[in-house]
Design a protein around this ligand. Structure first.
Ligand code: FO1
Length: 466
């Protein structure tokens, strides 16, 4: 089942006989390989005996995006443009909001194909384009292993409720996607779109939010994602189940920024992990490293898509289950031992060196270690006057500094710190029944001072260079 349930018609327009091309509106899946929407568009172009044109619209006001996220996205698009060219597809990148760019180029298309996104703004873009086109608009879900509605028809309560539903479909969907060659030559529309050759100059010219600068730690692009994945499989996967949680070490694949911008496909990652050389179970808990990784990549990540697709309040505390909302409300008036405002958090100026190191890691590298993300969010709840304000600060900082911010995963991760997808625990001050995390826990489990020192060294080296 390669397409089937991935495909959805977004309008009722009949096929336009007069179209000059099939248009692929690249939006979330910003890559030239293992891209279901792109392959679907290639096949349709061949069926209709038309060339394929691709378009990407850049809005300079994507919510909470800034120089850091735009730089990473443009690095990826630069590479994708070349890779598409090699396949005979011209990618037109327009400095124009996606709705306008697609409406414009769509007026001469026989069919428009788009990938799928789960967040409010990109969903609204699709609805607007659907209303304005006079040819069919087809959406092909390309950034999950199991399509969201196939896995479940409702918002799931937690990982344990969605896990069996996803696993039931894995055999059908964990299959490679074959590439089809285009039969018609590229259109070669001359002078269309912006040139991506000089990204520095382009970024300089753009009227974007400048609240976070670009980082050198991760470079955007599908080839970078491939290299990191090769390195992960060769050197880290074997110890993933034992060591992934330890922030003083680096046993992570670092795929999340690349997944956020669709520069790599989750299907490709899953197939490569599954196909990696056989390795034994973890020493600590007997968990198999491949299973541990696929649980994160498929079950946990796709639970976040389920959350954003079915819960329109994914970025507000009203998204929480009743028990969490009630307990946080009951403890909203509790005395806080420490209280900080957003500026103190942002500058990493709390009394807690572990928290400050996590904040610094995010600011300096664009990526905080996964285990520290949980601790970081929990402490913002503990040290802020109200849960609502804590949630707002956590989301704002996450979306400003994380390369993979502004993603279903990020909204879900932050909500988890406030009880989403979790259960009630023993009641205590401020948290109520929401799970608590302590500095003592970090000290018992890890060499947490080594983590702090690692971040201090990083800071010192960036200060020297910068
Ligand atoms: N998608 C677009 O189609 N055009 C953009 O200009 C654009 C900017 C952008 C900036 C930061 C960011 O995190 C995402 C951005 N996206 C843009 C959307 C993104 O690729 C995804 O569709 C959503 O974030 C869904 O996760």
């Amino acid at each position: 089942m390669i397409y089937g349930e991935r495909v959805q018609r977004l309008n009722d327009e009949g096929a336009s006989g007069a179209g000059r091309y099939v248009l692929y509106w690249m939006q979330r899946a910003q890559r030239a390989t293992m891209n279901h929407a792109l392959e679907f568009a290639v096949r349709k172009a061949n069926e209709l005996r038309l060339p394929l044109l691709a378009v990407f619209g850049i809005t300079q006001r994507f919510p909470e995006a800034n120089t850091r996220s735009y730089a990473f996205m443009l690095q990826g698009l630069q590479e994708t443009e070349r890779a598409l060219h090699e396949r005979g597809v011209q990618l037109v990148v327009r400095m124009q909001p996606p709705v306008e760019a697609v409406r414009d180029l769509g007026s001469e298309a026989a069919l428009v194909v788009v990938d799928r996104s789960y967040l409010r703004v990109p969903r609204r873009w699709r609805a607007r384009v659907a209303r304005r086109l006079s040819c069919p608009l087809v959406q092909v879900e390309s950034d999950v292993v199991v399509p969201v509605e196939t896995a479940s028809s409702k918002e799931e309560y937690a990982a344990y409720t969605i896990r069996p539903k996803i696993h039931e479909h894995l055999d059908a969907f964990l299959v490679p996607l074959e590439e089809t060659a285009l039969q018609r030559d590229s259109l070669g529309l001359p002078g269309e779109g912006v040139a991506l050759g000089d990204l520095e100059a382009l970024l300089e010219r753009m009227r974007i939010n400048r609240s976070a600068d670009r980082v050198d730690t991760f470079r955007g692009g599908s080839s970078q994602a491939d290299e990191l994945l090769d390195d992960f499989i060769a050197h880290k996967l074997e110890s993933y189940a034992d060591r992934r949680n330890d922030p003083s070490l680096d046993y992570l694949s670092h795929m999340s920024p690349y997944l956020h911008f669709g520069q790599i496909s989750p299907l490709e990652i899953a197939l490569r992990i599954r196909g990696a050389e056989e390795i034994g179970p973890a020493k600590g808990n007997g968990e198999h490293p491949k299973d541990a990784y696929l649980e994160e990549l498929i079950v946990r990540r796709e639970l976040s898509m389920n959350f954003c697709a079915y819960n329109p309040e994914y970025d507000a505390l009203t998204c929480l289950p009743d028990w969490a909302r009630e307990t946080l409300e009951a403890h909203a008036g509790d005395r806080r031992e420490y209280v900080y405002d957003q500026r103190a958090f942002e500058a990493g100026r709390t009394h807690d060196p572990y928290w400050n190191a996590a904040q610094q890691e995010m600011v300096l590298t664009g990526k905080m270690h996964g285990y520290m993300r949980m601790y970081w969010g929990k402490k913002i709840l503990e040290w802020t006057p109200s849960p609502e304000e804590a949630h707002r600060i956590a989301l704002e900082l996450n979306n400003r500094y994380e390369l993979d911010g502004r993603d279903p995963n990020g909204f879900t991760g932050v909500a988890w710190c406030f009880g989403k997808h979790d259960r009630a625990w023993a009641e205590r001050d401020v948290y109520g029944k929401v799970r608590y995390m302590s500095a003592g826990g970090l000290e018992r489990k890890f060499d947490i001072d080594a983590y702090v020192q690692k971040i201090e060294r990083l800071e010192a080296s960036q200060t020297r260079e910068g």
